[in-house]
Unconditional design. Sequence first.
Length: 82
Amino acid sequence: MASFLSIAAAAAVMAGSAVLPAPTPTVVARANGDCSEAAAEVVAKTGGQLLSAQPSGDSCVITVLVQGNGQRPRKVTMKVPM
């Protein structure tokens, strides 16, 4: 005979297993307002995808993902004046 605890645990699992719709994936590309121009320049120069743009003093640290010819993509980080 099943114990009370195992029945309660099974009931709790079944109650918590309601099917919920999957969240809609959202892609957000953010660049700091001061670094947006520098980020656009680096993306245009490298042909990569912007990963991040962070202000650092009087410059911006821009990281892009650059596709290789038949190779794995590589991450490139450049420090560019604002």
